[in-house]
Design a binder for this molecule. Structure first.
Ligand SMILES: C[S@@+](CC[C@H](N)C(=O)[O-])C[C@H]1O[C@@H](n2cnc3c(N)ncnc32)[C@H](O)[C@@H]1O
Length: 540
């Protein structure tokens, strides 16, 4: 473990927009002011351009047949053609700089023989607390938690305005992702202050967010006493742009009919007009010719990038006053990142950068960066001939696909299932069910999406990613990781599988049986993964 940060390989940039003139549509605003549109077509990523680090098949939206199987998408979602001018520009661009409401303690839920009990005496424990995390947090002792890994509400309000809970208390009444009221605002400074109280000095927190609202979350965290150490970028590539075609909107508002001049093929059906080329029912996207002069001028302009990354803040509680990092780690077991445990193994698809092998060097005795600093300021760290066998230095960019349907369903067979149309209120087979939601991803799609599902949570994180996060900041096995927004329990599963005790808080009743089932599955999986080590007494 070390005090070094992660490999710095991404720089965020905010894309901001002044609100449109009151009463004007996007098309009228663009026509009147010449502002409001993104130049989608001229910023497309040409096929083969290294600025795109996602899958390489020639499609517009970044889906590939290989990726479809990774994401568990059926052939229906496969995109078979590509836009002639290149891929839809994404929000990820690569170029190099040279160029006590204890509901259940899962441990008590199964009967085990004495022999098995002894063998698994160190089995991680799980506590699931039901209620509002602001109240539950107050019931935890100070300095009792080693790390917090969480996926709080993203504040994806329909009007696009960032709010924290403090703003909501001032009287707003809005809904977030998929109409969920719990998603209407991001947690405020009071939440972060309470998390700060319960975590040990130097303890880390990873808090996921959306690209649109991470600023509000970061400010709230800082006001709550945390230090922002870094921002991680989970990169998944499979999102769909929810963009308005400005040229088509101008023609539609003018009542002008566009001539169809060609098409390119897809086999995914999108919902919403003007979304990536219009309504598509036949698997073909029509290429149409602008009908009016204004539409001709604004041809190729849109309003949104393809969502390819989700940010997560890496926060740290200040070290105990007067202690060095080394002394803090020894005294509290917190303050260090598990660099070696989180290295990117060579060949692991979580790393999407170049394959050159080079390492930042250790900090010198002065504590100042030696080669690490040079890497930041433009000249590279040392290229090494003897790479670390454990893999590359972990970066603040991590690629893995969204959780597949089978991963979401693990351990839940005993629960009552629901069909997707029951969950969404839309007819089976309708464009709305096949299409996109929120950030452009239908959480109820998946390999057997026609089958009823048991995990009804709409925002399930991938287990691989959450395991990596828990390992990165959890410290030594046996530490306690808290998730105040457990959702369907992915962080808890991840923590258990990494050998940590976990505490989860969740206020929505419907999600509690899902958490229980998935946590129980994780404990069984922990035994399967550690059976060999346990037999030889190596499980530490
Ligand atoms: C983004 S989801 C977490 C999803 C989770 N990462 C997973 O993989 O399943 C956030 C969760 O926080 C819960 N939540 C929102 N506000 C809460 C609060 N004040 N106290 C406890 N839970 C809350 C919601 O019910 C929702 O399930």
């Amino acid at each position: 473990m070390g005090e070094y940060g992660l490999m710095q390989c991404v720089r965020p940039a905010l894309l901001l927009r002044k609100p449109l003139e009151k009463g004007l549509s996007i098309a009228s605003n663009v026509q009147k002011h010449g502002a409001g549109a993104l130049n989608i077509d001229e910023c497309r990523f040409g096929y083969g351009d290294p600025c795109w680090v996602g899958p390489q098949d020639a499609d517009t939206l970044g889906n590939t047949s290989k990726r479809n199987s990774m994401f568990g998408l059926g052939s229906k979602e496969m995109q078979t053609g590509g836009h002639p001018q290149g891929r839809w520009p994404a929000n990820l661009y690569q170029c190099s700089d040279d160029d006590t409401n204890l509901l259940n303690t899962i441990d008590n839920t199964h009967e085990e023989s004495n022999m098995t009990k002894d063998l698994w005496a160190d089995m991680p424990t799980a506590k699931i607390l039901h209620g509002d995390c602001m109240e539950l947090l107050r019931s935890l002792p100070s300095n009792s938690i080693d790390a917090i890994v969480t996926d709080p509400p993203y504040g994806m309000s329909g009007d696009g305005i960032m709010r924290t809970w403090a703003d909501l208390e001032e009287g707003h009444n809005v809904k977030g992702f998929m109409g969920k009221s719990w998603d209407s605002a991001v947690p405020c400074h009071n939440f972060f202050a309470e998390c700060l109280r319960v975590i040990k000095p130097g303890g880390h927190m990873i808090a996921f967010s959306s690209t649109r609202t991470v600023c509000a979350l970061g400010m709230a965290a800082q006001q709550g006493g945390w230090r922002v150490r870094d921002m991680l970028h989970w990169c998944y590539f499979s999102g769909f742009p929810k963009s308005h075609d400005i040229s088509k909107a101008i023609d539609r508002e003018a009542g002008a009919v566009r001539e169809v001049v060609g098409n390119y093929s897809v086999s995914r059906v999108f919902d919403g007009s003007d979304l990536v080329g219009g309504n598509v029912a036949s698997g073909k996207i029509n290429i149409t010719k602008p009908a009016t002069q204004d539409a001709q001028r604004w041809d190729g302009f849109g309003t949104a990038l393809k969502p390819a990354v989700e940010p997560a803040l890496l926060l740290r509680k200040p070290l105990e006053q007067g202690l060095t990092i080394a002394k803090n780690v020894i005294k509290h077991g917190t303050g260090a990142l598990n660099i070696d445990g989180c290295r990117f193994a060579f060949g692991d698809s979580c790393w999407v950068g170049d394959t050159e092998i080079w390492e930042p060097m250790d900090r010198g005795p002065s504590g100042k960066d030696s080669n690490v600093g040079s890497e930041v300021y433009g000249y590279k760290g040392a290229t090494i001939n003897t790479p670390n066998k454990k893999g590359r230095w972990p970066a603040n960019l991590y690629q893995c696909p969204k959780a597949s349907r089978s991963e979401r369903e693990e351990g839940l067979e005993h629960l009552q299932s629901k069909t997707r149309s029951e969950l969404t209120g839309r007819k089976e087979g309708s464009a709305g069910l096949e299409g996109s939601y929120g950030d452009g991803n239908n959480p109820y799609s998946g390999a057997n999406y026609k089958q009823p599902i048991h995990n009804i949570h709409p925002t399930v994180k991938p287990l691989k990613l959450m395991r990596w996060c828990c390992r990165l900041i959890g410290g030594q096995r046996g530490s306690t990781i808290l998730d105040p927004f457990a959702g369907s329990g992915t962080t808890l599963m991840a923590g258990i599988l990494e050998g940590f005790d976990v505490v989860g808080m969740e206020m929505t009743d419907d999600y509690l049986p899902i958490i229980e089932g998935r946590v129980r599955w994780a404990k069984e999986q922990y035994k399967r993964e550690n059976a060999q080590l346990s037999l030889f007494g190596d499980l530490k």
